[in-house]
Each structure stands twice: as structure tokens, then as C-alpha cells.
Design a protein around this ligand. Structure first.
Ligand code: ADP
Length: 737
């Protein structure tokens, strides 16, 4: 058996660049080195492989330092015509063997991965030819008889089978959503109509999700063209009705591959002309273009790419060389392995279905969640609700937000109000959370009352921060009875759940509490039961990571260690994930605790690395990591013991973490969950059932748990769930830093 020293890995980025490729590269290089393998970066994609020489460079640990926050790919990418020829691939094989490389991590789209697979299939033949030509020895050919390949999908389009998200898609979605928010504010000032074209030739993911997140009023995607040939009339009717209902602007989002049912392209210019001519509006086109591709990767793209990069090397080093090449992707926040070519073929099947106008199949192949979001979008963007069905029992529901504000709360309220009103129900919005229920501060909301709430952070309804007790409960019971509330949606964090549970546990005393209730997880701390990611956590993580980038940039001018304190209460999610996304050396969590020995080890590691020329060290501390080893204590300890080898600064990030407009991910999840909560409440109330439940996404599925399950899922003294999936990622922080 070969010793690990013989294992030589090459890594390349190919095809279109995507933010997050650098995080994957860093993880590949550092994982390989930590496992005793050698690793080479192949610059400029396959062209660098064909050209060889200085384009194939050995990588050391520090060569991939400081690149997590950089957009694009630092090792370059290219489209290579040479690699499409056998002659080019022959040269590429020879160049790889010059360094003993027979394992490749290919980060690219379907073209790049197809090329990799072909190269692998031809490998034995290429080696035989090189040996016959005397370019390599027969022994070299025998020692490297297989080429092992692992694929990672770098593509902003999120168009790939076998992974929930491709590297770069989340960042692109953030760029587009930001642009839609910005265009929306100017459009609204001038009462204009905007047509915004986004990328996606065969994939409507970016158009659909940005419309859902950025509150567009009409969307065109390739997979599901307008159902009628006269889409112009349909679109204009909807937008006209929106204006009549009081919208100050209209926004149409169009994927670049949009088409009608016969396959004829629908272009942004064409849509703009229709709007001007038929609606007499001042319409403008904005083509977002390459802005969508560029810039610093989002927090998700950094940690997700880190995970798949790490897993790619583990696969390459552990799988038998002759085994089928794998694609490493993410499903439900976990790394997955799928046969590479099966994924490529299934990905292509969608494009083929679109090209033969089999749109039902295209939508089917995209999967249930995509179809569900399209359906939700088509309701939310309406100017007015559907006329109520004649036989509907008109329910009266109440909605409140409670606990610390979390970005995405307003988005959830908007979706819940519209979904309920659309089904003919009445919605009472409660001001200031449970306090509002105590004081009877309720207001009926109609369709346009939540207009433009989707993109706004904080809580428009207001929150309270007390768990009701004693006479509060009488007051709440009175309000519920007086208002005739038949179902309650509670959007919030730990305290909101506690308050709702309190009502549930007091049902015997207060019959008014015998109504269906459901809690929707909204807390930046991500510490709620039955939910892997609560609403607001993604936004907070992005805010933290952006600040850490700036802190790192400022610190690198000196030799400096930064100790940064992040929120999370007793839950280390924000600390660990921001540590992964920013390349922190050490993360302190309450879950692990902090000992003096830990601090001493960190200090000694830092002293050693600063002595070797390191300029920056980042330590992240959860706010409740340890009550006595505080941020200022750590600062003082490190500063004193560094003996001027480096200086130490600390920063407590504070409430900026709770603020900001919600990220697209938080908006989309808030919308999905709120929709499902309304479905739950109405179904329960219609059957006169009084189930109380809490909702969340677990393993990619929306799950609803009964209140009776809540307590056993909780670590109550630490206000967090007993099971936390992300704790499994702890070793990665240490491995990669
Ligand atoms: P993406 O990987 O983003 O889909 P491309 O389709 O442009 O981007 O592919 C990137 C590169 O991968 C191409 O320039 C070419 O060098 C290589 N490639 C793509 N398809 C093949 C193929 N069928 N055979 C060999 N090489 C290919």
C-alpha cells in the first residue's frame, strides 16, 4: 500500500468563476497537507493543465491564507479549447505526471466536470501513448494507472443535481436581492416600472428566489413559461391591479433564458416595450450582468465550500482509485456524495426538457421545494387576494412577534397575512408581542398593510420581552375571547416559545387558550427546538462575517490578535460558523466551556505562529462561553503573556448582529414557514382541533412538532436544544486554521 507521502492531489477551478471557490481551494489545500498529501494548484483551469510549467504549482499552508473573503478564484479559471482535444489532454496528462499528480479536485460547472470524467476515462490510453512515445517511463505509467476525480460544483446558477446549493449561488442571490431592494426604492420614488434581468439560461433559481426575497411583482423563468400565449395581457392586468391597489412601483424579474410556451425567447427589452405601450408607464430595464458573479462570498458560500472542499480530499484519499468519481455536494446542511456523471446527466435533463418544451417535466426535475416556492410566489405577488371561496369558514387568526427582534420577522408576518387573507380569513396583528395580547392592542390587517414588509429588518409589529404570568394570563384570555381569536401564530425566539408554552400549560385554568397555536423560529441565536436554522441567523452570520473581514484587514497592518465576542446566548452557532467562515484560529463556545489550559494552549500556539511571521490571529468567543473568562480577561491575559511579540485588541460586536435587512435565505425560509403555519392553523381550526405546535426545517423538510415534545428536546438551563447539528463541524475550525 502506498504511503500517504505518495499521494499527490491537483486542484483546479474551471468554467465560470463563482464566489466561494477560494474557500473550497483553501479547504482542499489545508486538508490535503494536514493528511500528509502533497497538493498542487493548477492555474487557469484546464488550460493551465495543458500548458504545464509554472501553471502547476505546489501549495503550502500559507499560500491559501487570507483568501476566504476574496471573490472569484485566486488560481484563475479559463475556458480551454485545447483541453477539448485529445492532443490537449495528452499534454495535460504528461504535465500532471511530471509532479506525480493522479488525483484531482475539479471545481466547476457541468462542462468542467464532463471534461474531467472524459479525461479519467481516457487516462489509461493517454498513459500508454505517452509511454510509447517515451515521454514517461513504463514504471510511471504503472504507478499512476488510475486518475481519481472528485467534483465540486462551482456555479452561481444553482443549477446542479446532487447538491442543494452550488458554490456561489447564495452570494449571487444576495447580490440580486440587494439590487432589487435598491431599484425598488428609486422605482417607488418615481412610481416607475423596472424590468430586471438576472442570470440563468436554463435555470430560474436566481430569478425565482430573488423575486420571492426581493418582492418582485412578476417573474419569468425558463422552466415554467407563462401559461397563456397572451402573457402580455395577463402580466399587464396584474401590474395594473397592483397600481390600483396602491403600489408605487412595479418590478418584473426575468431570467436571461425566459421563453414562452413555444420556446420563443422573451427578452427584457420586449417586456419593457409591452409595459410602456400597454400601461403607458415609464419603464426601465436593468441587466444585472456580471455584478451577480463578483464580490466577496456570503457566509454560507464560505462555510459550505469549506465543508465540501474538506470532504473532497477525504474522498480522494480514501476511495479506491478505480471507484466511480463522486460529486461532493450539500443536502440539508450535510455533505453528500453522489456519482458524478449521474448528477451531470440529470442536470442536463432539465435543459433538454426545456429545449423540447416539456415544461412539466422541467419543473418536476427541479423538485418539490422549487415548485412550492413558485406557487407561493404567485400568491404573494398578487395585487389583491383571490375572491374568497364561497364555502369557506371565515376564521379569525392572530399573529404576533415576540422576544429579541430577528431579521425576517416582518417577512414572515407579510407571508402569513397574505396567505391567510388570500384564503378568505381575517387576520388580527398584535402590537408588541404578548404585551399586546395582555392590553388588547390588536389591529385587523388587510393585503396592503404588509406591502413592502418583506425586505425590512427588525419587527414592525414590535415585541415584548416578558413571559406572561399571574394576572397577565387572565388578560390574555379576555383578549382572545373578546376578539374571537381562533388560531395564534407566534413568531419569535426562546422567550416567545416559553410564553406560548405557558399558555398551553394553563389551558385547564383558561379555556380561551384552547385554540390552535404554532411557533415559528425567529432568533439570530439559532437556539430553538425542532429547527436547524432559525430565521435571522443567516443574516446575523453575514453581518458578523462582514465585520470580521474589516477587523482582519485593520489588524494585519500590525502584529495583532483580535478577540471578538459574538451573540448567541448559550448557543455557539454564530461563534462557530463565523469562525469557519472567517478562518478564525480558535472559537470558544459555551457548549465546550473554556479552561485555563485551553487558553494557555491557544496562547502558546499564537506565540509560536507570530514568531514564525504571522501577522494576525482571530479568536471568536461566544458571549456566554464562560462567565469568568470574559472577553476582557482573555484580552488582558494574551496581551500580558505576549510580551510585546504581538498586541491584542478585543471587540464586542453587540446589537449590530440583530439589525439589518434580512438575507435572501432568511426571507425565503420565513416565507415558506409562515405559509405552512397558516395552513396548519386553518386546517386545525376548521376541524375544531386545538393542537399547539412548533415548526422548523430539519433535514431539509418542514417539520411540525407537538408542544408536548418541546420540553424533552430542550436543554433548559442553557436555553438551547439538546441536539445541535452544527457541533459536528467543530474539528474543521481547528484543522483548517
Ligand atoms: P462550466 O464548467 O462552467 O460548465 P464550460 O462548459 O465552459 O464551463 O467548461 C469549462 C471547460 O471545461 C471548457 O473550456 C473545456 O476546457 C472543458 N470541457 C467542457 N466540456 C468538455 C468536454 N465535453 N470534453 C472535454 N473538456 C470539456
Amino acid at each position: 500500500m502506498a504511503s500517504p507521502d505518495d499521494k499527490v492531489i491537483g486542484v483546479l477551478t474551471s468554467g465560470g468563476d463563482a464566489p466561494g471557490m477560494n474557500s473550497a481551494l483553501r479547504a482542499v489545500v489545508r486538508t490535503a497537507l494536514s493528511k500528509g498529501a502533497q497538493v498542487y494548484a493548477i492555474y487557469e483551469g484546464y488550460q493551465g493543465m495543458v500548458d504545464g510549467g509554472n501553471q502547476i504549482r505546489v501549495m503550502q499552508w500559507d499560500d491559501v491564507g487570507g483568501i476566504l473573503q476574496r471573490g472569484g478564484t485566486v488560481i484563475g479559471t479559463a475556458r480551454s479549447a485545447d483541453f477539448r482535444t485529445r492532443e490537449g489532454r495528452l499534454k495535460a496528462a504528461r504535465n500532471l505526471l511530471e509532479h506525480g499528480i493522479d488525483r484531482l479536485v475539479v471545481i466547476g460547472g457541468d462542462g468542467s466536470l464532463t471534461g474531467a470524467n472524459l479525461f479519467r476515462q481516457e487516462w489509461a490510453g493517454l498513459l500508454a501513448e505517452l509511454a510509447a512515445q517515451g515521454q514517461i517511463s513504463p514504471q510511471t505509467a504503472a504507478e499512476h494507472s488510475y486518475l481519481s476525480i472528485v467534483g465540486l460544483v462551482g456555479s452561481i446558477d444553482n443549477d446542479f443535481f446532487g447538491t442543494d446549493m452550488t458554490i456561489g449561488a447564495d452570494t449571487a442571490l444576495q447580490r440580486i436581492t440587494d439590487a432589487l431592494d435598491q431599484i425598488g426604492s428609486t422605482a417607488s420614488s418615481h412610481q416607475r416600472t423596472f424590468v430586471v434581468e438576472v442570470m440563468g439560461r436554463n435555470c430560474g433559481y436566481l430569478a425565482l428566489m430573488s423575486s420571492l426575497a426581493g418582492t418582485a411583482h412578476w417573474v419569468f423563468i425558463p422552466e415554467s413559461p407563462p401559461e397563456t400565449d397572451d402573457w402580455e395581457t395577463l402580466m399587464c392586468d396584474v401590474l395594473r391591479a397592483g397600481r390600483a391597489a396602491g403600489r408605487r412601483h412595479s418590478m418584473v424579474v426575468i431570467a436571461e433564458g425566459a421563453r414562452d410556451r413555444h420556446g420563443n425567447p422573451i427578452t427584457s427589452a420586449q417586456v419593457c416595450k409591452v409595459l410602456e405601450e400597454r400601461l403607458g408607464e415609464d419603464a426601465r430595464v436593468t441587466i444585472l450582468g456580471h455584478v451577480q458573479r463578483g464580490g466577496s462570498p456570503s457566509a454560507f458560500d464560505r462555510w459550505m465550500s469549506t465543508l465540501v472542499g474538506n470532504a473532497a480530499v477525504e474522498e480522494l484519499l480514501s476511495a479506491a482509485p478505480e471507484s466511480e468519481p463522486q460529486l461532493i455536494g450539500m443536502r440539508y446542511n450535510r455533505v453528500t456524495h453522489m456519482p458524478l456523471m449521474e448528477c451531470v446527466q440529470k442536470t442536463r435533463a432539465v435543459a433538454e426538457a426545456i429545449s423540447v418544451q416539456d415544461y412539466d417535466r422541467a419543473m418536476e426535475l427541479r423538485g418539490g421545494s422549487f415548485k412550492e416556492q413558485f406557487r407561493i410566489l404567485r400568491t404573494l405577488i398578487r395585487a389583491l387576494p383571490h375572491p374568497p371561496p364561497p364555502d369557506v369558514r371565515r376564521l379569525k387568526l392572530a399573529i404576533l412577534t415576540d422576544g429579541a427582534p430577528a431579521p425576517g420577522m416582518n417577512t414572515a408576518v407579510r407571508a402569513a397575512v397574505r396567505m391567510a387573507v388570500d384564503q378568505g380569513h381575517r387576520v388580527m396583528a398584535v402590537h408588541n408581542g404578548f404585551d399586546g395580547l395582555i392590553r388588547g392592542d390588536l389591529e385587523e390587517f388587510t393585503w396592503m398593510d404588509v406591502h413592502s414588509w418583506g425586505s425590512v429588518g427588525g419587527s414592525q409589529l414590535g415585541v415584548s420581552r416578558n413571559v406572561p404570568s399571574g394576572s397577565d394570563l387572565y388578560a390574555i384570555a379576555r383578549t382572545l375571547e373578546a376578539q374571537g381569536i381562533e388560531g395564534l401564530l407566534v413568531i419569535g425566539g426562546w422567550m416567545a416559545y416559553e410564553s406560548a408554552h405557558k399558555l398551553y400549560s394553563e389551558r385547564n385554568t383558561f379555556p380561551a387558550f384552547n385554540i390552535p397555536m404554532i411557533c415559528l423560529p425567529a432568533s439570530i441565536d439559532n437556539n430553538l427546538p425542532g429547527s436547524e436554522l432559525s430565521i435571522g441567523a443567516d443574516t446575523a452570520l453575514n453581518s458578523i462575517v462582514q465585520v470580521l473581514d474589516k477587523i482582519k484587514q485593520s489588524a494585519v497592518a500590525f502584529r495583532r490578535c483580535f478577540v471578538v465576542e459574538v451573540m448567541g446566548n448559550y448557543c455557539g452557532y454564530l461563534a462557530l460558523m463565523s469562525g469557519l467562515a472567517s478562518g478564525a484560529e480558535r472559537v470558544y463556545l459555551n457548549e465546550e466551556g473554556v479552561t485555563l489550559k485551553d487558553l494557555e494552549t491557544s496562547l502558546n500556539d499564537m506565540i509560536a505562529s507570530f514568531k514564525q511571521g504571522k501577522r494576525l490571529s482571530l479568536v471568536i468567543r461566544n458571549e456566554n462561553a464562560n462567565p469568568l473568562y470574559t472577553t476582557s480577561f482573555m484580552n488582558a491575559l494574551f496581551e500580558e503573556e505576549a510580551h510585546k511579540l504581538f498586541d491584542v485588541r478585543s471587540s464586542i460586536l453587540g446589537h449590530m448582529q440583530q439589525g439589518g435587512n434580512p438575507s435572501p435565505f432568511d426571507r425565503i425560509q420565513a416565507t415558506r414557514l409562515a405559509t405552512r403555519c397558516v395552513e396548519f392553523l386553518t386546517a386545525e381550526a376548521e376541524q375544531n382541533s386545538t393542537t399547539c405546535a412548533f415548526i422548523g426545517i430539519q433535514s431539509g423538510q418542514i417539520k411540525i412538532h407537538h408542544f408536548d415534545d418541546m420540553l424533552r428536546m430542550l436543554d433548559i438551563p442553557h436555553t438551547r436544544p439538546k441536539e445541535q447539528w452544527w457541533l459536528a463541524l467543530r474539528p474543521l475550525v481547528r484543522l483548517l486554521s
